[in-house]
Design a protein around this ligand. Structure first.
Ligand code: SAH
Ligand code: SF4
Length: 355
């Protein structure tokens, strides 16, 4: 433990920042200035925050810091996907990924070190759960990505290279709800990072009681890692289904939709596992399961990892499965895996080592 470590301002809400400043005898209007330096301009050095009086800057640098996690390793794939292994103050590590498109791209963020949910197909789930990430540790992953691409200050309009955020890295966001919610409020703040809630997607393995709160307390888009059309198959590959079976997940989705509004779609992620969940009968079950909740599917070829127990369905099977869903009126694109050469694709992230 480091004694007398300076307190980090990243991850404090505006109210908490106001309290810190008032403890230094500073006026409330300084909050807005400091917030803009930290989250709109990406400044980490108090000395360069020129709109603040010198005395304020001195006081801040005495007791506080605006830091980033340590970049332990950075790798860029042949397809330009970039992955960072980030180290936090206590030595724990997570991975974050940037997936570029032509003139935009998504940053994939982790919410926990490891994951306790233990889905059988997931590399993260095969490792021990260590701890939740703090709000600051969640926000700072996005800030590292912006540093890396020099996208400061926050661009006023389009294009933005870092245009979207997906909470699809390591961990289950709804088992770290308070910190995830606080982090996303900081990320959405219009005077800072200013990411629209429509460009943020939270993905969950189906922690049913928390799903409606994504609409009522955060307001971002929802993706459900469904991966099976009935409880029998889902119990096999996702042990969490014994606690929150499909009926409960689906009824929580209906409640989400009631709160979020009828125009809000829910994306159902569906991993294609050879011989497990990829039969025509599964596609038909899926169609009746999600009827009436504005569902879109995202079919995901399984990304293999060392020692994994499954194989991906062959491409013709995935295409056929997609066509059954499409004929029933659902969008069902097949996700193209990105960054596989650096193990940056979905379900491949881990904290212990990096290739
Ligand atoms: N815990 C959350 C978010 C992180 S996982 C969740 O489960 O939704 C992000 C996505 O990657 C999930 O849809 C997950 O099911 C998927 N995934 C996990 N392992 C995978 C693998 N080996 N190949 C492809 N996708 C995988
Ligand atoms: Fe955890 Fe999601 Fe991986 Fe399941 S798929 S083990 S919930 S990170």
């Amino acid at each position: 433990m480091v004694l007398n470590a300076k307190k980090d301002l990243i991850g404090l809400s505006r109210e908490e920042l106001r309290e810190e400043l008032s403890s230094l005898g500073e006026k409330p209007f300084r909050v807005k200035q400091l917030w803009q330096w930290i989250y709109n301009k990406g400044e980490t050095d108090f000395a360069k925050m020129s709109s603040l009086p010198a005395a304020t800057r001195d006081k801040l640098s005495e007791g506080y810091q605006v830091s980033r996690p340590q970049i332990v390793k950075e790798q860029t794939s042949v397809d330009r996907t970039r992955k960072w292994l980030l180290g936090f103050a206590d030595g724990e590590k997570v991975e974050s990924v940037y997936i570029p498109e032509e003139d935009r791209g998504a940053v994939c963020i982790s919410t926990q070190v490891g994951c306790a949910v233990g889905c059988k197909f997931c590399h993260t789930g095969s490792q021990k759960f260590m701890r939740n990430l703090s709000a600051g540790e969640i926000v700072s992953q996005f800030m590292v990505a912006r540093d890396s691409y020099g996208e400061w200050p926050t661009p006023a309009g389009e294009p933005r290279y870092l245009s979207n955020i997906v909470l699809m890295g390591m961990g289950e966001p709804l088992l770290n709800f308070a910190n995830v919610s606080k982090a996303l409020k900081i990320i959405m703040d219009e005077e800072g990072i200013c990411m629209s809630r429509r460009r943020i997607t939270l993905s969950t393995a189906g922690i049913a009681p928390k799903i409606p709160q994504v609409a009522s307390e955060i307001g971002v888009k929802l993706a459900i890692s469904l991966h099976a059309s009935n409880n029998e198959v889902r119990n096999q590959i996702m042990p969490i289904n014994r606690k929150y079976p499909l009926e409960e997940v689906i009824s929580a989705c209906r409640e989400f939709r009631r709160l979020a509004g009828p125009r809000q779609h829910i994306t159902f992620e569906y991993l294609m596992l050879d011989g497990i969940n990829d039969k025509d009968s599964h596609a038909k079950e899926l169609i009746s399961l999600v009827a009436g909740i504005g569902a879109k599917f995202n079919l995901i070829p399984f990304n293999e990892w060392p020692g994994c127990p499954y194989k991906s369905s062959p491409p013709e099977r995935v295409k056929h499965f997609s066509s059954i869903l499409q004929k029933a009126g659902f969008a069902a694109p097949v996700r193209v895996a990105r960054g596989q050469d650096i193990l940056a694709a979905c379900g491949q992230l881990k904290s212990k080592f990096s290739v």
